[in-house]
Write a protein that binds this ligand. Structure first.
Ligand code: SER
Length: 327
């Protein structure tokens, strides 16, 4: 009898580490984690593979050996890094995702299971056209999906491919169960992102909590939607366990609060009066921020699978970030 497993790619990244902490408390869930880097709590899982999602040998072995019930495909190169390394980003973000879709389709053929895939997408799929809309307008899933960044283009392509494979299957009528959330920036109390553009918020918060000065690469009026990590993890768990018949879409926005850099500074200054914020604007990163919406509409997620953030801007600091901060 083949064992039933759950695969997490990009398992050493921010979402991966936090998701594994949650899953490690659930008995009998056999997690196979894949990442280029090992991380410290990998002993909580069934099997850790130090390797790449571009290594088809690794993926084929997994596909032959196990019944893969779920895949959390988190491995990606984020927006700022993708602009600097477009070829690498295309390989990881697009080819890597196609490899994951292929092992899931194979499961359908070999084991007769429809593998559930969780795919994190992003506000990077949007580009607000300032002639047609203000950055302050509420943006739903269906408008302004003409991304400027490579990362946004990769995410949008994979959203569309995953949706098509879920709805129509491939030429052999093999299918996947594709569930996707477009995340806003994520703020975690115990990890920092690498290579993203919304990174200014978590970086600023972590520096303030360590009594260090922070030099922001974006100006004080910069605004993006954010959530905190526990809400991100809850959203993933909720959409994955939702009855498929309730999911009217494959791709959903979620959000909680949209502070400007100045708003974040005021909150931090209140708690840490010594905190010093400086600015050294990175034109390219600022342009990316200016192309993403300030507010996204998450009503569809609220209606279909009961999404509701536990934390708003104030409670995020008071009840999550300050009490849980770890360097
Ligand atoms: N946090 C991501 C980035 O900045 C966007 O989803 O690249």
């Amino acid at each position: 009898m083949k064992e039933k497993v759950t695969i997490i790619t990009g398992s050493s990244g921010e979402i991966g580490q936090n998701l594994i902490s949650y899953f490690s408390k659930i008995k009998n869930k056999k997690i196979i984690a894949i990442d280029l880097e090992e991380f410290n709590n990998s002993n909580n899982i069934f099997h850790f593979i130090k390797g790449s999602i571009l290594d088809e040998k690794i993926l084929n072995e997994l596909s032959n050996k196990y019944i893969i019930e779920e895949i959390y495909h988190l491995a990606a190169i984020l927006s700022t890094k993708a602009e600097k390394n477009p070829e690498l980003a295309e390989k990881v973000n697009v080819k890597g995702t196609i490899n994951i879709f292929n092992i899931a389709l194979n499961q359908n053929l070999k084991n007769n299971v429809i593998t559930k895939i969780f795919f994190p997408s992003s506000i990077a799929v949007y580009k607000i056209d300032s002639k047609l809309s203000s950055k302050d307008n509420l943006i739903d899933e269906n408008t302004f999906c003409n991304p400027k960044t490579k990362y946004g283009q990769h995410k949008l392509f994979c959203e569309n491919l995953g949706t098509a494979l879920d709805k129509y299957g491939n030429e052999l009528n093999l299918k996947i169960d594709f569930r996707c959330i477009r995340f806003p920036g994520i703020i975690s109390a115990n990890t920092l992102p690498t290579g993203g553009t919304s990174d200014y918020a978590p970086e600023m918060i972590h520096n303030a909590l360590q009594q260090k000065t922070y030099t922001s690469f974006a100006d004080q009026n910069s605004c993006l939607p954010f959530i905190v990590m526990p809400d991100a993890i809850n959203s993933i768990l909720s959409i994955m366990k939702c009855d498929k018949s309730k999911l009217r879409k494959n791709v959903y926005n979620i959000t909680s609060f949209s502070p400007t850099i100045l708003d974040l500074y005021k909150i931090l200054k209140n708690q840490f009066p010594e905190f010093l914020l400086k600015y050294k604007i990175d034109r390219k990163r600022q342009e990316i921020i200016n192309s993403w919406p300030n507010f996204i509409d998450d009503n569809q997620a609220k209606k279909d699978w009961g999404w509701k953030p536990e934390f708003n801007l104030n409670s995020a600091f008071k009840n999550y970030i300050y009490p849980n901060f770890k360097k």
